[in-house]
Ligand binder design. Structure first.
Ligand SMILES: C[S@@+](CC[C@H](N)C(=O)[O-])C[C@H]1O[C@@H](n2cnc3c(N)ncnc32)[C@H](O)[C@@H]1O
Length: 278
């Protein structure tokens, strides 16, 4: 099915309103390749008809399927060496130091299929064991959220195929934290129990999520317009506890988007520390 003329504008507006993803002119092929099958499945003869069907859907189901199709869920275990060096040397030891006096909370704000959140859980476990205090790992609560139900379905299952399990995970970690189950690898129950996932749209108010001791918002704001990024980071500042870190993807910056954080460079990773006074 071909996307013609003003149909791109209609679909672009629909997508941006519902999940913030901004589609530049020239991304017509993306809309066409990702949504044509769904439009055909619904019996639509054009994207104009598909757009009207989407607007008329009051159940939210079609909206969800469109968002699922338009999101890019690329992720892998221990993505970006510099970030994980920061986590190993600073982030996780600091979380465990605090965990000695009560639960601490970590948020993977665009968790996709779960690799980022489970990577934190594995590193927390390893670090707590190396400190001789394995029980502390249980006091680090990890929340993974994403707008894509399809991605979250895989995250919650914690089951990865041969390709996903090879991406970023050492043989040692695979042996220690996963068990082979036919053609897939399932994360251990212990690690799984420390990570909770829920569907959440970053356009929605964050207050209900509570406060966090570390937030990862990596490789999602790259899809948003400047105004929405500013709004989002302003709201994230309200849920990052004072003195705690917000981490973005290696190619992303907070510069020009929020005054509420102070950049702190650790080797080649910038952690944005929530200012303690405003
Ligand atoms: C490229 S993945 C990033 C995964 C992971 N953070 C990483 O760095 O490997 C981007 C994720 O952002 C999610 N996403 C896009 N728009 C969103 C929104 N408005 N609210 C929540 N999640 C969103 C997508 O579903 C996708 O899974």
């Amino acid at each position: 099915m071909k996307l013609v003329g003003s149909e791109f504008e209609l679909m672009k507006t629909f997508v941006e309103r519902n999940c913030g993803i901004h589609l530049e002119p020239g991304k017509e092929y993306l809309v066409e390749t990702r949504l044509a099958d769904l439009a055909i499945e619904l019996g639509c003869r054009s994207f104009l008809e598909f757009h009207s069907t989407a607007l008329a859907d009051t159940t939210g189901k079609l909206k969800g399927r469109i968002v699922d199709a338009m999101t890019t869920n690329e992720t892998y275990f221990f993505r970006d060496d510099n970030f994980w060096t920061y986590m190993r040397e600073v982030g996780v030891p600091e979380l465990l130091r605090k965990a000695a006096s009560g639960p601490v909370r970590v948020w993977s704000a665009a968790a996709s299929t779960g690799q980022e959140a489970y990577s934190v859980a594995m590193l927390v476990d390893e670090t707590a064991r190396s400190m001789g205090k394995p029980h502390l790992a249980g006091s680090v609560e990890i929340l993974g959220t994403d707008i894509s139900s399809a991605a979250l379905f895989l995250a919650i299952a914690g089951r990865y195929d041969g390709l996903a399990i090879r991406r970023g995970l050492s043989d040692e970690r695979r042996r220690r934290y996963f068990r082979e189950d036919g053609s897939v690898w399932a994360i251990s129950d212990e690690i799984k129990s420390r990570v909770k996932f829920r569907r959440f749209n970053l356009m929605d108010p964050l207050g209900a999520l509570g406060g966090f001791d570390l937030v990862m918002c990596r490789y999602v704001a790259i899809y948003f317009q400047e105004d929405f990024k500013k709004d989002l980071f302003g709201r994230i500042a309200q849920v990052v506890r004072p003195g705690c870190a917000l981490i973005l993807g290696a190619t992303e910056t907070l510069r020009g988007h929020s005054e509420e954080f102070e950049p702190a460079l650790h080797k080649n990773c910038t952690a944005y520390m929530r200012k303690t006074s405003r």
